[in-house]
Design a binder for this molecule. Structure first.
Ligand SMILES: [Zn+2]
Ligand SMILES: [Zn+2]
Length: 150
């Protein structure tokens, strides 16, 4: 099932929700701020065409990497390397390689930065485009789901 992580517009916390076409409001678990969402049947089926938060259709995908876990692992490996003569760092490298291959993808809305996981149509989401990002974020351009054309 698609899992959606909305960024609270009031306090910036990440709020996890699952699509439900009957729920029109999401409240932040941290600051109780209430936000409007518009889930459709497509969302319930894991298909992302329109953002349930800002109703835009421009998304990009990237590897779903948890930076906090990565940093913690590196610190542990670095400390252990004193006793393992650096072998733990080699092990970390191998773990990293393994994890990297297994990493899933996350789709992100250019406009409101909502994250979408477990999409049925992830293959349709394009890679990050720097120019599109700038035009959406700074000039409020709406590409309506179309790729950038010159
Ligand atoms: Zn909040
Ligand atoms: Zn959005």
């Amino acid at each position: 099932m698609m899992s959606v992580q909305i960024t609270c517009t009031s306090c910036g916390s990440g709020i996890e929700v699952h699509p439900d076409q009957h729920s029109h409001k999401v409240d932040c678990t941290i600051c109780k701020h209430v936000m409007d969402v518009k889930f459709t049947k497509e969302h319930e089926e894991g298909i992302l065409k329109e953002c349930p938060v800002c109703t835009r259709q421009d998304f990009y995908k990237q590897k779903d990497f948890n930076r906090k876990i990565g940093v913690a692992l590196f610190v542990i490996a670095a400390v252990l390397s004193i006793w393992t003569y650096g072998l733990s760092l080699v092990a970390l490298y191998l773990v990293d390689l393994f994890l990297f291959k297994k990493l899933s993808l996350v789709a992100i809305c250019y406009k409101c930065r909502t994250n979408f996981r477990n999409l049925a149509n992830m293959a349709e989401i394009r890679e990050y485009d720097h120019e599109m990002n700038d035009r959406i974020v700074y000039s409020d351009h709406d590409f309506k789901g179309k790729p950038l054309s010159h």
